[in-house]
Design a protein. Sequence first.
Length: 645
Amino acid sequence: MPVKVSVVVPVYNPGVYVEDCIESLLRQSLPPDQYEVIFVDDGSTDDTPARLDELAAAEPRVTVVHQENSGWSGKPRNVGIEAARGEYVMFVDNDDYLGDEALERMYDYGVANGADVVVGKMAGKGRGVPVELFRRNHPRATVENAPLIDSLTPHKMFRRAFLDAIGLRFPEGRRRLEDHVFVTEAYLRAANVSVLGDYVCYYHVRRDDASNAGFQRFDPGGYFKNLREALDVVERYTEPGPVRDRLFRRWLRVEMVERMRARRLLALPADYRRELFAEMHQVVVERFGPGVAAGLQPTQQVVAALITADRYDDVEAFAEWEAGIALTAVPEQVAWEDGTLRVSFTAEYTSAGEPMTFTAGAARTPLDGPPENLAAAIAWVSADTMARFKQATADLLVRERASAAQYFQPVRFTREELPAEDDTRLRLRLHATATVDPATTLTRAGVWDAFVRVKLGGWTKECRLGPAPRAARPTPPAALVGDHMVLPYWTSPHAHLALDVDRATGRLGLGTLSPDDVTAPGDRLLLPLPLHVPRDGAKAALRLTSSRATHDVPATLSPRASGALLEAVLPLGDLRGATWRVALAAPGPRLLPLPFVLRAGVGGVRAVRTPGPSALGRLVRRARRRLGTALGRTATRLRARTGRR
């Protein structure tokens, strides 16, 4: 069968980090005979070459190419392109990994839309990835109708015939931003680019030792020389005007302005900051007209103007002011409504820990050159933020803690101006209500965290949702929806909202039940549970276990005012004469013990509190705990002694 996708992986000394990459490539839902994996070992000096050769010997879909070290990823990727037999070529880095259905989904989406380039949704584990680009699917995206230029890493799928037709390959040698040159040209020359935003295809991972190539400090002179080559590509394939300015703006914003802002700048050594600044100033003066900076957010415009004017000290002062600005998001309501979780919150910016205030009635004017000083810069940003408040937006995202995959939730919001203590100033607050549908969003077991994302004035900021004041903290019950058990809870100690999917046991509240809650008319068992279920109910099951047998009994859950009512028909003939432990079968699959037993006799079934542990059992458990504590202390002392040696 023809190969649909060739996956090219440049490899250099990844160590154990390559294992997640390998496993994800072998787990792909695309049939094994429809894709191939080409590892190009760029002169690794660790155990990786032997590991890859062993893999290739066992896996027909895997090929390994060994070559002398070339210094960067461009040549290995080009070697992989030449060796590829697939209709599409997908580039993966050796310390990243793919979603299990990534190749199949991206290939099908590309074929369906006649795409030369397919961009799959990314999740960043410890590193940033584009967010707005993946808010929805873009079957026919361009640099004009979608923020494609925000994603310039090579981790995409390219039609092999397209690459050959235009002669597109990566720049080679020890250099930076070779992917910017390659991807920018691909975007500008492709017949169509398709963005798949509803499935996380690529997991971009920051190593624990932060040794990824992209996290190493670079030589500013060489870096900005390579950046100019990406700008050359834009000039070659666009005309002067708004489109070119919009594309150039990406490099001004990401590679220059954002490096000169707030904590990101202040964390760098002082001499390195100035060296970066000097190189940025040269590029801005040489290459960017006034239309490039004009489309930036207000705070970014200030920094860009100061870079252009060669005023480093003022850039640093502005960064110190911005470093004190943060987003706060306070929950107001978290409640279930017919199987969906309604989350209401307010969001507001703070400055130096206090609510941020803005001058009422200040006139907004275009930024004509750099501000005179820090006070003038802050005043201009404040006036511009007030004038643009009607454009401010709020979003709620749920992010899977294990993978960093995140999804926007439907949200409605309003904007409110509040008087500050100083009558001449105002506070700006957003009130929002989001709807989380577990059936479509929370598709995997694990913990999902709630994040609020706000665009206001010159900032786009994110924060965790919470804390809520303890006295008014919403405490919704767990819910059985979409074949998942979902428990909203507040983390400790920070009291941020999180959603536990198919893992919680003790916190579900089942331990508060008592035998008095159980009614058993005839062969029916009725039990109210502290669970939310949708209006049309949910299916469940009880497991009854005795010393002689086990019975799985189907049950239904229907909504009631304070939770759900479980109903089950008991096999009375099979239960008589024994005591039965009872557990609720939950998604996972898991069994959640209930705090009572059932005893069945001639007169029917009655519930009895579960017998407590015997005195001997309590003594045994206490002894085990003490022994475990003693062993732990001994191990700690031994580690401390070893460290002193």
